[in-house]
Design a protein around this ligand. Sequence first.
Ligand code: AHR
Length: 663
Amino acid sequence: MRRTVIIIALIAFSVVSRGQRQLTVEADKSITPVASTMWGVFFEDINFGADGGLYAELVKNRSFEFPLPMMGWRENRVNYQKGRMLVINRAASSSNPRFARVTINQPEGNYSISNEGYRGIGIQKGAQYNFSIMARQESGNGMKLRIQLLNNAGKEIGNAYLDGFSKDWATYKISISSTDSAQRGKLNLIFEGAGVMDIDMVSLFPKDTWKQRPGGLRKDLVQKIADLKPGFIRFPGGCIVEGRDLTNRYQWKTTVGRVDERKLIMNRWNVEFPRKAAPDYYQSFGLGFFEYFQLAEDLGAEPLPILNCGMACQFNSGEVAAMDELQPYIEDALDLIEFANGPVTSRWGKLRSDMGHPAPFNMKLLGVGNEQWEPQYIERYRVFEKAILDVYPNIKIVSGAGPYAEGEYFNYAWKELKNSNAAFIDEHYYKPPSWFLNNAARYDNYERKGPKIFAGEYAAHVKGNPTDGEGMNCWESALAEAAFMTGLERNADIVQMCSYAPLLAHTDAWQWRPDLIWFDNLNSVATPNYYVQQLFSVNKGTDVVGISEAGKPIAGKDSLYASAVTDRNKKELIIKLVNTASTSQTAAIDLKGFQPDKKAGTVQLLYSSNPAAFNKLSALENLKPEVKSIMVNTKKLTYELPASSVTVITIPYKVLPVPHKKK
Ligand code: AHR
């Protein structure tokens, strides 16, 4: 965040000017605690979010398992007599049946194969790259492999040699330094010496991954997620959970254990939108459930896996498992809990331990189904709920209200799930900005005794089709989300988890927008929507306190939205004010039950006069919060809220507020 250290001397609550908004904060009255899970993230492998994104593998189709086994690869040969390549399928080996056989007849080293990566391979100047390959020399002796990093123009910008290949399969590794950068580079493998070499799992990772884990995650992207301080991570989606049909569903068991044994499947976003078809989109599961739990632990976030409930995507096939054949799906759920939490003596707990994490991950939440609807969901959900709670009564199960924020499916699901005493209901809203502005009071009069709310997928979708992918993440959308989020915060007694969706998008390979973070092969950019999420998340506080105007919640009257929390740990009062008007407004705030400390607080301000403004990967991030200092030493302050702005005022206090109000 930009930090401008401007000490604003106390602004006394002076003469009330016309148009001034008279607000009251009751800082000493805790309305409800804020759940530690309040603001989280939704991760899905959409827009090349995992393969080609967060998962830092740079080689596409590293094990030749794409249905077109040479996709991503290219042979560079003079003629087939000198060298050639054949993909061999060992049908008996179920998860990784294919490998490539390279036959070199003449030893000059002019036969090579190259990999194009995910819309190119990003190479940073001066960085180290870890190359590895499974190989065996089938015949001949002393073959060598020259490994080249090539830039966009095909010029070598890094190389290394591997030799000493044995006749049995083994993994060979070498590190390569790059002398230059490339946004769309390539990996080239030159085979030297005559003979036959078999290869598989050809891999290239930056050495500098998140926490320096070999075969790990892209550091800049994880850092951006970490900077949101998410209370939970929802994973693996999204519709990807469901699959286009049941065979295409996400099955967590195929995503754990040895990486080379994880069975690749087509990513459902490969074919979902013909206009944005991505024929090279597959799931390698290099980022699988173990890596997910590890990431959640790294970030101090609760894991929130969402599992298939025996139903494929109802927007696609709508295929369902027969009711008397649900058992394998239920076992998947029970076994996942064992994988996450079970003792190392249990089958799945042992696998977790063998993968390097003997301690349990302490998973507490589990989602059953994504965007399902009608009775076929409810009847399956109930079987899951009973089976899970019979064995694990402390797991909180997240159920879903379907894809829409209101209407027939929504109302039916709510009625049935409430009758089931569901712990959480997942509500989704992909709506225009006006919906967000008009629905800031959505939860003010919601059912208090029923299930808690998980606002599991939301984003304001503006009209238009901007050329830049990031263009849909414009200020108009972020401002509307901020206004709505004051309503989520005000109702934190029932709204206990919220996540913007989707999280990640590759500028050259997206299918869905808007998205929270955009990236290319080298860099990433935070959207204005990201900064809105961050302002709420890092300032979530511990207790909601009242903020009102004329005794009423501030939920859009004359374009003003507000919520307030205290943070008992930091001893701060935090006021969030969203002015959606195209002119500034002055808020005169009466701070009741509050004794300011004589320490500087902060004002974080995010605003733009241009609703279409957005942050572009190839340019400077223009839209990010400015931070100023503020001194408040009376119980009253006035503050001018710029047009179209989100303002977060943090004021240190002296006297602790009264304990949480009993619910
Ligand atoms: O976030 C993108 C998609 O939107 C999710 O996969 C799905 O749950 C929703 O329809």
